[in-house]
Structure formats: C-alpha cells, structure tokens
Design a protein around this ligand. Structure first.
Ligand SMILES: Nc1ncnc2c1ncn2[C@@H]1O[C@H](COP(=O)(O)OP(=O)(O)O)[C@@H](O)[C@H]1O
Ligand SMILES: [Mg+2]
Length: 247
C-alpha cells in the first residue's frame, strides 16, 4: 500500500510562561493509504497533539509530517489552511456544529469555505452522506434537535464533504453512550472499507479493536503498535504499555 502519512522524529514542546513541557518526544510513523489506525494511551500522553500536528492545526517543534507528498512545516499559514480544507476532515469529541445552521447547511459549510462553486454537486454529496449515515430525514433540522449520536454523524458528514485524503477523529465516541459510540465506530469502519484513510484517538479498547492497526502512546512516545481486531488483547496491551514506562 502507498504510504500516505510520513511522520519523522516529531517533537512538540509547549511553553506555558517559563515552563516547557515536551508533549511529543520523537514520534516516527508511516500510515498507508486506506488504513484505519487507532491511537490509544493515557490522558496527557500526547494523542491530541499528534493528531493536531498531522492535520496541520499546529506546528511541530522539530521533525516533519508529510501527507500525500505535502510537507507541512514548510507551508505558511495560508498554505496550511488550504491544505486542511482540501486534505483533512476533522471530527472532535464535542461535535462543534453551528447551532443556527440546519444539519444540511452544517454538512455543506466546509465546501462553501473552500469556495467551491459546484452547488449542485455539493448538495448531491451532502444528501448522499446524510443518507449513508442514516440521518437524511434530519437534514432540515437544527443540531440541538438531534441526539448526541446523530450530531456526531452530522459532524462526520461535514468532515467528509470535501472528500479529504485523511479523516482525523479525536475521541469521537467520548461524549456518547456506548450504543451510539459503537454505531459511530461502525460508520467510520464502513467509510474506511470504501477507501477512507482514518486515524482515530480513543480510550475504548472495543472501539480501537475496529481499527486495522492500534498504536499506544505513553509520555510522548509510541510504545506499542499491534493489529486491530481483538478487543481483549488490545485492552491487555494498553495495560502493559501503561506499566512499561511508569517504573
Ligand atoms: N496548548 C498547550 N499548552 C500547554 N500544554 C499543553 C497544550 N496542549 C497540551 N498540553 C500538554 O501536553 C500534554 C499532552 O496533551 P495532549 O496531546 O492533549 O494529550 P492527550 O490527548 O493524550 O490527553 C499534556 O500534559 C497537556 O497538558
Ligand atoms: Mg486528547
């Protein structure tokens, strides 16, 4: 499989006043096109930081990220914004929908922001996505009229409207009950089977088991990299990876 994401010796240090905190301590990782990768690890281990650097929402202190042949750290702000609009779809724990736009308008918003003029194609795609996600009948409603699970599906449709090269989801089930969370994971899995390269951060071993590959982060380093599939084994591996560096 073609390598889509190349992460090389990535470091990120945050500065708060005089205090420096090294959130990533040299992460290297290749992700193949079409892969479905789950990132696990304790709170504070650097999962969100890693996702933000891959998506070009923030810049590394050292090291490099290449996505689909684009080297992120050499881009200026305008270039990075364009890269995000055309290559990356983001899904967050708290859906971040716009309250005074309908569901359909929320889904289409990134297409307008990308200044796409093909209104009819955009409408067709948003309708298709809402249909695949089982919420076509919610299109004229407002986000606050929907359940959490439905809102997260809207956020997934919005993330996919511009056909991103890479879908990034940071704890997409973290704010959902377990049944809705499983549905959201099943949806991400279906889009992955249709070719969508996907990286998710999750606390949930059952969720991670749906991925093809599971990475474990601890204190800013990758300490494990195993195939998905077996939730029990993943939970065990997570426990081991947490012990590995605590001694
Ligand atoms: N903007 C920031 N400024 C300062 N410290 C931060 C910032 N973002 C994250 N951190 C710190 O970096 C570490 C890793 O954070 P994060 O990547 O959010 O971890 P995770 O998503 O695994 O919980 C944490 O200790 C966190 O407090
Ligand atoms: Mg996080």
């Amino acid at each position: 499989m073609r390598c889509l994401v190349e992460i090389n010796e990535l470091h990120k240090t945050y500065h708060t006043g005089d205090v420096a905190f090294e959130a990533l301590k040299g992460v290297s990782l290749d992700v193949s096109a079409g892969d479905f990768v789950a990132i696990m690890g304790p709170s504070g281990s650097g999962k969100s930081t890693l996702l933000q650097l891959v998506g070009g929402l923030d810049r590394p202190t050292a090291g490099s990220v290449r996505v689909d042949g684009h080297t992120l750290h050499t881009m200026d702000e305008t270039g990075l914004a364009r890269f995000r609009r055309t290559h990356i779809g983001f899904v967050f724990q708290f859906f971040h929908l716009v309250d005074n736009l309908t569901v359909q308008a929320n889904v289409e918003l990134p297409a307008l922001l990308a200044r796409r003029k093909d209104r009819r194609a955009i409408r067709a795609r948003s309708t298709d996505l809402l249909t695949s996600l089982g919420i076509a009948d919610q299109a004229p409603k407002y986000p606050w009229e929907l359940s959490g699970g439905q809102q997260q599906r809207v956020a997934i449709a919005r993330a996919l409207i511009n056909q991103p090269t890479l879908l990034l989801a940071d704890e997409p089930t973290g704010n959902l009950d377990s049944a809705s969370g499983q549905e959201v994971l099943a949806i991400l899995s279906v889009f992955n089977q249709r070719g969508q390269t996907t990286l998710i951060v999750t606390h949930d071993a059952a969720a991670a088991a749906q991925a093809r590959r599971v990475l474990f982060l601890h204190d800013g380093r990758i300490v494990g990299d195993v195939p998905g599939g077996d939730a029990r084994r993943i939970a065990q591996q997570l426990a081991e990876s947490e012990q590995e560096q605590s001694g």
